[in-house]
Design a protein around this ligand. Structure first.
Ligand SMILES: *[C@@H]1O[C@H](CO)[C@@H](O)[C@H](O)[C@H]1NC(C)=O
Ligand SMILES: *[C@@H]1O[C@H](CO)[C@@H](O)[C@H](O)[C@H]1NC(C)=O
Ligand SMILES: *[C@@H]1O[C@H](CO)[C@@H](O)[C@H](O)[C@H]1NC(C)=O
Ligand SMILES: *[C@@H]1O[C@H](CO)[C@@H](O)[C@H](O)[C@H]1NC(C)=O
Ligand SMILES: *[C@@H]1O[C@H](CO)[C@@H](O)[C@H](O)[C@H]1NC(C)=O
Length: 564
């Protein structure tokens, strides 16, 4: 069993105290003397903890737009051996939730607060828009800095750059190599967002070089690890560009050698997407081996998370897959918010585990801050919960609800309380409400996903889905966790149109959101609506601002950058 040095010392010490006290008791000394001895001995147990606790290094790897069914450990046809190995060795989060789009998730990840409490609940920051994560919120980097961490971000920011105060290097990070906007070309680092401009920096310095982002970020991460003085705890936020789409003219980009690993994926777009994912997977493997080589792995916590569900159904011209979950990125269906995530660390007292306990992206700040020895009360009134003990010791469920979002501009909302999820409003503009297999039907291989033939597109009648339940929980550490959709009802009231009436789903028995049970459970609907209105009363106004033409990179030497 893996234990930290201080735990060994503490356990040995408490054992010693217990034995000594038993000795004192037998020799019948005065009350005062035994009280004094007791206090003195107890102190000797506590001092070693303070002296030997070394805050762990934290490596937070965020994949952009990685879908539920884009990793091997969920049964994807895309092989991700490095990610899978790390996941299987750690704790896989089977009920892990994120926001359905980039900026809200990243804001929540950095602050431990729901997007409604940040003003980030409506859509994402477009490059020419003058807004960002409000400055009165301290980021994870800022908090960890107070605990003595060195803090570095490599990759995507997407929390605002219209003024220098919003940049990561002004918000707790010692350094940043990467880009400030939401997406760009993987090679030229040009972002087209109303205007064209270069978006790649080393801190403030513009970098105009051609390289494949995913590989460059790996190199930058290695540089940070190699130059890091191990006597200081390190926070590395590795926010990959992969596997977000590039610009509209070239959404899918991967070096051919990665694409060539997937000759068996016949769909051309999905095959390039698989190549993008393979580059990400190699990056994870390389970073982890560096942590081994540098003797840091024993005292490191690695968190791997997607920022939102996958852009399936050609969203953004991309080819991610959430199947069999319903919907895509930018919807409040499970496919948009039920995220890929796990934690790996030798500091965990468990190995090769999965948890069905609820985990939300807002929990990382308090969890990591707590694991780093910080007092979570320092973080103020946050929405996240410290789950370190639960993860470390396979503890019982801590969280009972997740607010998926309340968007007052688009007028939709969703919340999960215990086993139920309520969705109301036009959560996807009428698009992307279906179940999208990972390969188009004509090229569907059917060899990697036994139930893939069950749906070919969202229009297929639910009645055609076999009513058998397929319990395919992972039985051992190398069995992928494959979602069991359960049966679909043929009752016409089971059809959900959240734009006309709220829909209710019982997620444990219906993770694929086939069966709207709102009509038969009006009491539960009311309870969840009440929970939503309690949250709504605490929301701040969205901080979105319309695009500003002064952001145009042609006014600033062809580069995107703070213009106000
Ligand atoms: C986890 O597995 C590794 C390798 O199999 C082993 O060395 C370690 O002791 C295990 N830790 C726990 C807590 O079981
Ligand atoms: C930040 O400012 C907003 C808007 O002024 C306010 O509603 C919110 O409570 C502040 N949050 C914190 C953590 O200070
Ligand atoms: C690392 O930091 C410690 C503590 O600040 C210092 O004593 C040591 O010299 C540093 N090592 C290197 C190689 O810079
Ligand atoms: C917003 O959505 C709610 C619940 O779906 C609905 O009752 C209300 O009429 C909608 N408001 C607007 C302005 O569309
Ligand atoms: C980047 O380099 C390319 C090729 O050398 C050049 O055409 C382009 O103008 C440069 N962009 C900026 C913003 O300097």
């Amino acid at each position: 069993m893996q234990t930290t040095p201080h735990l060994n010392i503490k356990a040995a010490c408490l054992h010693f105290v217990e034995r000594t006290l038993r000795g004192i008791h037998l020799s019948k000394p005065s009350m005062a003397l035994s009280a004094f001895l007791y206090a003195a001995l107890l102190l000797t147990c506590l001092i070693p903890r303070a002296l030997t606790f070394t805050p762990p290094h934290i490596v937070l790897i965020v994949a952009d737009d990685l879908g539920w069914n884009d990793v091997g450990f969920h049964g994807s046809e895309i092989k991700t051996p490095n990610i899978d190995k790390l996941a299987y060795e750690g704790v896989i989060l089977n009920n892990y939730y994120v926001s359905p789009i980039c900026t809200p998730t990243r804001g929540c990840l950095m602050t431990g607060r729901y997007p409604i409490h940040l003003g980030l609940q409506h859509y994402v920051i477009s490059a020419p828009e003058p807004w960002g994560l409000p400055l009165n919120h301290t980021t994870m980097a800022g908090h960890l800095k107070h605990l003595g961490y060195a803090t570095h971000i490599v990759g995507k920011w997407h929390l605002g750059f219209f003024k220098t105060e919003y940049l990561p290097t002004r918000r707790g990070f010692d350094s940043h190599v990467g880009y400030w906007s939401g997406k760009e070309d993987y090679y030229t680092h040009m972002d087209q967002d109303g205007y064209w401009g270069l978006d790649f920096r080393r801190d403030m310095a513009v970098v105009n070089e051609t390289f494949y982002s995913t590989e460059q970020y790996t190199k930058e991460a290695l540089k940070i690890l190699e130059h890091h003085n191990k006597s200081q705890p390190l926070f590395l936020y590795l926010a990959h560009q992969a596997v977000h789409a590039g610009n509209g003219n070239a959404p899918l980009q991967a070096p051919q050698r990665y694409v060539d690993r997937f000759p068996y994926i016949l769909d051309h777009k999905r095959r390039i997407f698989a190549g993008m994912t393979a580059a990400l997977d190699d990056s994870v493997g390389t970073v982890v081996s560096a942590l081994h080589d540098l003797d840091m792995i024993d005292n490191t916590i690695i968190v791997f998370t997607t920022d939102n569900g996958g852009p399936a159904n050609n969203y953004d011209g991309n080819a991610a897959c959430n199947y069999p979950l319903r919907g895509t990125k930018n919807t409040l269906w499970e496919g948009g918010v039920h995220g890929v995530g796990f934690v790996h660390s030798r500091l965990l007292n468990v190995n090769h585990t999965q948890t069905h306990n609820l985990v939300h992206v807002s929990d990382w700040l308090p969890t990591l801050y707590g694991a780093a020895g910080g007092d979570v009360a320092d973080l103020g009134n946050i929405d996240g919960v410290n789950l370190w003990d639960m993860l470390k010791n396979s503890g019982p469920n801590v969280r009972s609800e997740v607010l998926h979002n309340i968007d007052p501009r688009s007028n939709f909302s969703a919340i999960s309380v215990d086993d139920y999820k309520l969705i109301q409003g036009d959560i996807s503009g009428g698009r992307n409400d279906g179940w999208y297999p990972c390969n188009p039907p004509s090229e569907n291989q059917n060899f990697w996903k036994p139930n893939a033939q069950n749906f070919h597109n969202s229009d297929e009648s639910l009645a055609e889905i076999p009513a058998e339940t397929r319990k395919t929980r992972a039985h051992n550490r190398h069995t992928p966790y494959v979602i069991d959709c359960g049966p679909a009802s043929t009752d016409p009231t089971a059809v959900c149109d959240p734009s006309t009436a709220p829909c209710l789903f019982h997620i444990p028995s219906d993770p694929c959101e086939f069966n709207n049970i709102a009509q038969s459970n009006p009491g539960i609907v009311r309870v969840l609506q009440k929970a939503l209105s309690v949250y709504a009363a605490t929301a701040v106004e969205p901080v979105n601002r319309p695009p500003d033409k002064n952001a145009n990179p042609t006014l600033h030497g062809g580069v995107w950058g703070p213009w106000q």
